[in-house]
Design a protein around this ligand. Structure first.
Ligand SMILES: [Ca+2]
Ligand SMILES: [Ca+2]
Length: 343
């Protein structure tokens, strides 16, 4: 249903205040366990997932515990994804024609492969319809992020985009890793901080993450130095040494989406609802959706304040866009005391 999912993007762009709730976090073990290359060890602990003072979708802040795991230091890059494609000849969903079965009323031309691309309004325009900055673009995919005339030359270290959930799963299977749950992602995203709004502290900073400064979608003052996506590790890491857990590109999680965190309180390694219970009332026609985290370079204070660890959005599993990527985790690491592989 990817061609019809533009409406799902509007919910990134609601304006709310920035007060973050009480949050606790317990460091459980030393950070000298050995993760696979490019990954960081996250010691398990307990924290409050979500927020009681921002969007309804983040409520309520619940006390949950996650076991230790390793997580990618940065978003999966174009170079990393290219290795996968070269080894497997995998074609992403954006590179495949839309199916006749799923879209019987579309013509062959309308079923051409493509994806959803962000294009800001023309300069000087001061009012546009909501979501008019999103365009279904034939030929847009991870190798051509802005359409067939664009490419990723010289952008090996940029996060790969136009990745649908099923594409991320295929990559994860090839790597022998998994997509993080929302709880794992949020716990890692907080960077070990307690009671903080952002992954670096309580004050918004244009220097801490690639977000949008100015009035979205008309004016980007580029105070953070980046109009669009930045190469990974362009901004300081959080307390766990993880880069771009805030902003740059949204990141997929394995949880199915529902509003809030009901039922997770005092649970160990919580996950979202079952697929058949996944529902976003803001997108009633879209069925089951996955949780995405962290916000993107398109999140601005006037229209999207989801550049916080507690913030969340829903995303159709068969749809990628210009501003959604991912990173992986593994629960297999070498224990510092015995050298055993833990599961
Ligand atoms: Ca920026
Ligand atoms: Ca990110």
């Amino acid at each position: 249903m990817k061609i019809f999912c533009l409406k799902s993007l509007i919910f990134c762009f609601l304006t709310l205040s920035f007060i973050f709730p009480f949050s606790t976090q317990v460091q459980a073990s030393p950070i000298d366990n050995k993760c696979p290359e490019g990954m960081v060890f996250i010691p398990g602990g307990t924290f409050n997932i979500g927020s009681d003072t921002h969007y309804e979708s983040e409520q309520s802040a619940n006390d949950v515990t996650v076991d230790s795991f390793c997580i990618d230091r940065h978003e999966v890059t174009n170079a990393e994804f290219r290795q996968f494609v070269e080894a497997t000849s995998y074609k992403t969903i954006a590179e495949r024609p839309l199916s006749k079965e799923q879209f019987p009323t579309l013509t062959d031309e309308q079923r051409q492969p493509g994806s959803i691309v962000f294009e800001p309004p023309s300069e000087g325009i001061q009012q546009v319809a909501a979501l008019s900055w999103w365009h279904w673009t034939v030929g847009a995919n991870w190798q051509h992020p802005y359409g067939p005339d664009s490419n990723i030359e010289g952008k090996d270290n940029y996060p790969v985009v136009h990745i649908a959930y099923d594409d991320a799963v295929a990559y994860a299977n090839w790597k022998g890793k998994t997509i993080p749950t929302e709880a794992q992602w949020e716990y890692a995203g907080r960077g070990g901080l307690k009671d903080q709004d952002f992954s670096w502290g309580n004050q918004y900073s244009a220097k801490k993450a690639n977000t949008w400064q100015g009035i979205f979608p008309f004016l980007n003052t580029k105070e953070d130095g980046h109009l669009g996506i930045a190469s990974v590790e362009s901004f300081p890491p959080n307390g766990y040494g993880l880069y771009d857990m805030t902003g740059n590109v949204w990141e997929l999680t394995s949880d199915w989406y529902s509003v809030g965190h009901s039922g997770k309180d005092h649970s160990l390694n919580p996950v979202g609802p079952a697929k058949n219970a996944s529902f976003d009332p803001a997108k009633p026609s879209e069925g089951a959706l996955h949780v995405i985290k962290g916000g993107s370079y398109l999140c601005a204070k006037n229209y999207c304040s989801r550049y916080r660890p507690a913030a969340r959005e829903s995303q159709a599993p068969d749809t990628g866009t210009t501003h959604i990527g991912f990173r992986l985790i593994t629960v297999h690491y070498v224990n510092s005391t015995g050298g055993d592989k833990l599961v």
